[in-house]
Design a protein around this ligand. Structure first.
Ligand code: NAD
Ligand code: KPL
Length: 306
């Protein structure tokens, strides 16, 4: 039987981490790059590199642009949340009937936008705690062991190809509660990331602002409960404190985005949360204030606030 190719849309940190591990397991992988100049740069480089535990290996994974002819049956979307919808739109005409799309984006909002754009496809949401960064163009460093939760909010059966992830050494589990997972991670990110940007500090230094974190967690718990996510609210404050301690020496992903002058995913984190709170009539004064301060901070640095 012919194996279905994995089309990877976005060869950044996480996309490269998935692509190289799938290719290393002998699975057919295709990278979809932004434009002909990215394709030329990739061809000149000769492949995609993965550094793991000090070992570096390069994989000559075939690449193409959005306008290639090959039909797409399985698509892994590895762009940032704000790029996911336009990126999928660029390949929508290539999706087969019954195509499956895995969405790796952090936060919430981008997944529903993609699902609405391509209702003929099955959208599988992924919540990933793995860590990766690019040390140079088309080269990724596997920086943090983690886990991938996969699920279908429409509650279909687990797909057959999960065994391919096992074969590729991609840690994962299928869950019927993917939305709980995504909401929980969103709440954790909203409790930690904006404050690290506003206080200009590592995660651990938030221990000195414990009262502020606690007050934020109280509001987050109320939002989760009022918008139908009570599971995601259980023990939130304790987990936030545990994560702050366990990642004390790290800079949050939002802090790193701002420090490097990159656009943040604020709209899909605090933005999504404040919108959900408003829709459910939940008063979130503190979260709204932090969102406004963050927007001002980003604007002051010349960064987009959406
Ligand atoms: P990244 O910026 O490293 O990679 C995104 C890639 O998508 C870039 O190479 C960009 O050029 C490409 N892209 C954008 N639009 C495209 C298009 N139309 N066609 C083709 N390529 C396009 O981002 P990342 O760090 O890999 O993050 C991706 C998502 O995964 C984010 O939502 C992030 O929050 C989430 N995430 C990342 C990590 C991590 O460790 N990097 C961990 C967990 C979750
Ligand atoms: O996921 C994170 C991030 O930095 O984005 C943690 C470390 C949990 C902080 O919110």
């Amino acid at each position: 039987m012919k194996t279905t190719p994995w089309h990877i849309l976005g060869a950044g940190s996480l996309g490269s981490l998935w692509a190289t591990r799938l290719a290393r397991a002998g699975l057919p992988v295709r990278l979809i790059l932004r434009n002909p100049s990215r394709l030329a740069a990739y061809s000149a480089k000769g492949g995609l590199s993965l550094s793991e535990q000090g070992e570096r290996a390069t994989f000559a994974i075939p690449a193409q642009t959005f306008d290639a002819q090959e039909p797409i049956q399985r698509l892994l979307v590895a762009c940032k949340a704000y790029d996911a919808e336009p990126a999928v739109a660029s390949v929508a005409s290539r999706l087969t009937s019954g195509a499956e799309i895995l969405l790796l984006q952090n936060g919430l909002g981008s997944q529903d936008a993609v699902a609405a754009l391509v209702p003929q496809a099955r959208c599988i949401f992924v919540s990933s705690t793995e860590g990766a960064f690019r040390d140079e163009d088309f080269s990724v460093v596997f920086a943090g062991q983690g886990f991938n939760w996969l699920g279908d909010p429409q509650q279909g059966d687990p797909p057959q190809w999960l065994n391919e992830l096992t074969g590729a050494g991609i840690p994962h589990q299928w869950t019927s509660e993917i939305l709980d997972r995504l909401w929980r991670k969103l709440a954790l990110n909203c409790a930690i990331n904006p404050l690290t940007v506003l206080h200009g500090c590592r995660n651990g230094e938030l221990q000195a602002h414990a009262e502020e974190v606690r007050a934020l967690c109280d509001e987050l718990v109320r939002v989760l409960q009022s918008c139908g996510q009570p599971q995601a609210a259980i023990g939130l404050q304790e987990e936030v404190m545990r994560v702050i301690e366990a990642t004390a020496a790290n800079y949050s992903s939002m802090y790193q985005d701002v420090a490097q002058g990159r656009r943040t995913e604020i709209s899909y984190l605090l933005g999504h949360l404040c919108k959900a709170a408003a829709l459910s009539g939940c008063d979130v004064r503190l979260l709204n204030r932090i969102r406004t301060r963050l927007i001002d901070h980003l604007s002051g640095k010349g960064l987009p606030s959406n």
